[in-house]
Design a protein around this ligand. Structure first.
Ligand SMILES: *Cc1c(COP(=O)(O)O)cnc(C)c1O
Ligand code: SF4
Length: 346
């Protein structure tokens, strides 16, 4: 069996290589890839059934990326909210710590498209030390979310070094890892990696599946290894036009996630990231998808639908309206559209 590193090394990174696999003209993509890198590893490539399908759309560049005049470079205002490089401190008790600048596949809709996979994302021993120092001197932070890029693309020794440093800070109660690797390069989740991670509990992993066809036998095995190491698994899906923006696809995805022991956590409205405008859906689409889940399936399968607001306002939950009247008597419509009421407490 090939190692994950050798699989990654065989990734498609140029439009010419893409044209060897698919019938397309590489010329218009050269400029796109110069600005926003492409990496499609052989595993994720194998999930593409035909050009234009939901896997293709997530991985293959389009000239539309350079035509976006609506969105912003840094929609979540992360750079201004970083007290030290690569550490975003926006909420009182938690922080986002970027520890890797590469991914197993460069998602075309990435919120950090401005820098992920490019030299603009400088991460090294010194920036990480500065991050540890900030976390040490900011004990209000009890939850550290490590992300990137993809933290699980780091080798085992580097990950161990980072996690050991974080665990030496007594104020950090929980560590969360955000990683798309269980979906995009599941062979990275070796038994050795799972064994390494379980030494740093309480440790949570939020992964990122967007479409039911991403839930393969290999992805299921990767998630089983993590779950068997006692790591609670969550999932963050991005709502993407033409990929998963309908109730059937999201419903099937949520059910398949639960079957591989992954609890749906967030469904995100696409961020207003420059180069991703063509993926944006209307907020109403997401609300209707959530309405199609609530009551019709188990609460376990219902993620929190949220929009991360431009300017750094943070994540705002979006909930379909069930309340029709507020007062002494609260009135509602249930998931079937039937009237219900509740006598409010005095
Ligand atoms: C999303 C995010 C978090 C984590 O938010 P939760 O709602 O706790 O999952 C923390 N910091 C930043 C900057 C974020 O964008
Ligand atoms: S895996 Fe995450 S960080 Fe990497 S390109 Fe995809 S969305 Fe961006």
């Amino acid at each position: 069996m090939k190692s994950w590193k050798s699989i990654l090394a065989q990734s498609i990174t140029t439009p010419q290589q893409l044209a060897e696999h698919f019938n397309l003209d590489p010329a218009p993509l050269t400029q796109v890839v110069g600005r926003y890198p492409m990496r499609i590893n052989p595993y994720y490539l194998s999930l593409i059934k035909k050009p234009g399908d939901p896997i293709w759309m997530q991985a293959v560049p389009t000239p539309l990326e350079l035509e976006d005049k609506v969105c912003y470079e840094d929609p979540l205002d992360e750079e201004n909210r970083s007290p030290v490089a690569n550490l975003v401190h926006k909420y009182p008790d938690r922080a986002l710590f970027l520890i890797a600048n590469q991914c197993a596949m460069y998602c075309r809709f990435c919120t950090r498209k401005r820098k992920v996979g490019t030299p603009a994302m400088m991460i090294n021993q010194a920036t990480m030390q500065a991050g540890f120092a900030y976390l040490k001197q900011t004990p209000a932070i009890r939850d550290v979310l490590i992300s990137g890029g993809d933290p699980l693309l780091l080798d085992d020794a580097t990950l161990t070094w980072i996690l050991t440093n974080l665990r030496q800070i007594p104020s950090i109660e929980i560590i969360r890892i955000g990683s798309r690797v269980p979906c995009t390069l599941p062979m990275r989740i070796t038994t050795r990696l799972a064994g390494l991670l379980k030494k740093f509990h309480p440790l949570y992993i939020n992964t990122h599946f967007n479409h039911p066809t991403e839930i393969t036998e290999q992805a299921a095995l990767a998630c089983a290894r993590l779950a068997n190491a006692g790591i609670p698994l969550g999932n963050q899906t991005v709502l993407l036009k033409g990929v998963n923006d309908n109730p059937e696809t999201i419903g099937e995805l949520m059910h398949k996630l639960l079957q591989i022991r992954v609890k749906p956590y967030y469904l995100f409205q696409t961020d207003m990231t420059r180069g991703t405008n063509h993926f944006r859906t209307k907020i109403e689409t997401g609300l209707e998808i959530i309405r199609s889940l609530i009551g019709h399936t188990s609460g376990m399968a219902v993620p929190t639908f949220a929009v991360d607001t431009p300017g750094g306002g943070g994540k705002i939950p979006l909930v379909p309206e069930y309340t029709t009247s507020i007062g002494r008597e609260f009135k509602f419509l249930n998931y079937r559209g039937e009237s219900c009421s509740y006598h409010n407490a005095l």
